[in-house]
Design a protein. Structure first.
Ligand code: F6P
Length: 358
C-alpha cells in the first residue's frame, strides 16, 4: 500500500485541480495500491487531522475546474510554532497526523509561505514533494508558476475592455493588478493589453515622470492613457522610507489601495479625468488557460515520477521549458522579483511604455 497525503495551501489559483489530477493520474497508472488522503483547507487539515479518503475517480473531470477541490487557507509560517487556543503545537500536530496515518509522502501545492512550511516539515523528517502555484509567479527556483498565465489573461482582458471606454471619454484609467510584492502579472498584462504606463514594485515611480508621459500623449493627440499599476507599486519617495515609517505614513493616508493614491496624485498633476478599475480576485478565478493546464499537468506528472523514484524534499519547477527538481531548502523564503534591467523591461521601454522612472 502507498499512502499519499495531499493538500493545497495559501491563496487559490487556476490549475490547482489540474496539477493534483496530474499527480494522481500518473501515480495510479504505475501503481494500483495508492490510498489518497485529501487534507481539507490546507495545513489546517493536516494540523487537525481533517481529511477525506479519495480515489482516482475524484480527480477525473477536474482538469478545467478553477479553485481547489480540497479547499485552502492561509496558515502564516510565523504562527506555525505558536500554540493554538488549546495549546496545540501545530508542527507537532502535523507530524502526528502524518505518522498516525502512516503516510509515505505528502504532496503540497502552494506559494511562498507554503514552501517555508513545507521545508520545515522536510526538516522534521517528513517525505514532502511540492508544486509551485501562485498567480504572482514570485516563487524562486522556477521560471513559471501555474496560475500566472491565467491571471495575466484575465488582467489583459480587463485592460482591453478599459481601452474602449477610456478612448471614448478621453480619460486616464488606472487598472490595479494583483501580484503581492512583485510585478510579474502587471508587467505581462500591461504589455499584452497595450498599457501606456506600467508601474511595478521593483521600479519605484516618480509622479512627475508619469504626468509628463500623460501630457506628452495629449500633445500627440492621444487624449486617454491606461496605467497598469501593480498592487505593490511604490513611489520613489516612499521607497526611501524605513519599513516602520512607511507603515505609519500609509496608516495616516488611509488609501484603500495603491490605485486610489495614484489617482489622487495624477489628478493633481494633470487636467484629465481619472478613473480606477480593480479586477481583484477575478484574476484568481475561473477555469485555467491552456498554458496553465499543460504546465500543471506536466508538473503533477513529474511530482508523481519523483515520488516513484523515492526522491523527496524537492519542489518541481520549470527551467527553460524543462521540468526540474529543486531542493526545498533552496526555494524556501526567497522571492523571485522582476529585474528592472531585464530584457523584457528594456524592450517594453523601447516600444514606448513608460515605467514612471525616467
Ligand atoms: O498571492 C496571491 C494573491 O492573489 C496576491 O496577488 C494578493 O496580494 C493576495 O493573494 C490576496 O490575498 P487574499 O486572497 O488573502 O485577499
Amino acid at each position: 500500500m502507498f499512502r499519499l497525503g495531499m493538500l493545497t495551501s495559501g491563496g487559490d489559483c487556476q490549475a490547482l485541480n489540474a496539477a493534483m489530477r496530474g499527480v494522481v493520474k500518473t501515480l495510479c497508472e504505475k501503481r494500483d495500491d495508492v490510498e489518497i488522503y485529501g487534507f481539507q483547507d490546507g495545513y489546517k487539515g493536516l494540523i487537525y487531522s481533517n481529511f477525506k479518503m479519495l480515489t482516482a475517480k475524484d480527480f477525473s473531470g477536474i482538469l478545467t475546474m478553477g479553485g481547489t477541490i480540497l479547499g485552502t487557507s492561509r496558515q502564516p509560517f510565523k504562527l506555525m510554532r505558536v500554540p493554538d487556543e488549546n495549546g496545540l503545537d501545530k508542527v507537532e500536530a502535523m507530524k502526528h497526523t502524518y505518522h498516525k496515518l502512516n503516510l509515505d509522502c505528502l504532496v503540497i501545492l502552494g506559494g511562498n509561505g507554503t514552501h517555508k512550511s513545507a521545508n520545515m516539515l522536510r526538516e522534521e523528517g517528513l517525505n514532502v514533494v511540492t508544486l509551485p502555484k501562485t498567480i504572482d509567479n514570485d516563487l524562486w527556483g522556477t521560471d513559471m508558476t501555474f496560475g500566472f498565465q491565467s491571471a495575466v489573461d484575465i488582467a489583459t482582458d480587463t485592460i482591453d475592455r478599459i481601452h474602449t471606454t477610456a478612448t471614448s471619454h478621453s480619460r486616464v484609467f488606472i487598472v490595479e493588478v494583483m501580484g503581492h510584492k512583485v510585478g510579474w502579472v502587471t508587467l505581462h498584462a500591461g504589455i499584452a493589453g497595450g498599457a501606456d504606463i506600467i508601474l511595478l514594485p521593483e521600479i519605484p515611480y516618480d509622479i512627475d515622470v508619469i504626468a509628463e508621459a500623460i501630457n506628452k500623449r495629449g500633445k500627440a493627440g492621444k487624449h486617454f492613457t491606461i496605467i497598469a499599476v501593480a498592487e505593490g507599486a511604490i513611489s520613489k519617495e516612499d521607497a526611501k522610507l524605513s519599513k516602520k515609517d512607511l507603515k505609519a505614513k500609509k496608516a495616516k493616508e488611509k488609501y484603500p489601495s495603491v490605485a486610489y493614491e495614484l489617482a489622487e496624485k495624477v489628478q493633481k498633476k494633470t487636467d484629465q479625468e481619472v478613473r480606477i478599475t480593480v479586477p481583484g480576485h477575478t484574476q484568481r478565478g475561473g477555469s485555467p488557460c491552456a498554458y496553465d493546464r499543460v504546465l500543471a499537468t506536466r508538473l503533477g506528472a513529474a511530482a508523481a515520477e519523483a515520488i516513484l523514484d523515492s526522491d523527496f524534499g524537492n519542489m518541481l519547477g520549470v527551467k527553460n521549458n524543462k521540468i526540474v527538481r529543486i531542493p526545498l531548502e533552496e526555494v524556501a523564503g526567497k522571492l523571485k522579483y522582476v529585474d528592472p534591467e531585464s530584457e523584457i523591461v528594456h524592450e517594453a521601454k523601447l516600444a514606448g511604455i513608460s515605467f514612471g522612472d525616467e
